[in-house]
Design a protein around this ligand. Sequence first.
Ligand code: FES
Ligand code: FES
Length: 158
Amino acid sequence: MKQAIALTVNGDVYEVLISPNQTLLEVLRDKLGLTGTKKGCDLGACGACSVLLDGEAYLSCLMLAVDAVGKEIVTIEGLSEGGDLHPIQKSFVELGGLQCGFCTPGIVMTAKAILDEEPQPTEESVKKKMAGNLCRCTGYKKVIESVMSASGRMGGKQ
Ligand code: FES
Ligand code: FES
């Protein structure tokens, strides 16, 4: 049986008809067309589906869409402002923190949550907090460098 819910995503309210067992990832991608959030493992193991809920990073493949009702959801599509890339995105582009890019939206959203909580983290802290985001291409060095650079360019402010 379908259920009508309202989700707040990137500041917009979307009313959608969903099945109660649909994940937030499925609804974002298949119902709202927000395909920036990636489906990797669909099992909670890779971090490709990371989005922010009330400022914290969550794996959208492990969350039912109904459980996201009433939360402020932010996806990669909501990070840039007025057509300008977010400083985290700029750092990834400039430092080559990505190759195929499949993991990148999840990594960038996790980085946003990290830097909001800890504006000037140590490299060790970033590595630890980023441990749930897997990348098959980069070897992580450039990813960590990009997050550290973003921290610097944001001057401790998000
Ligand atoms: S797709 Fe959600 S953790 Fe891999
Ligand atoms: S850039 Fe290809 S999986 Fe991370």
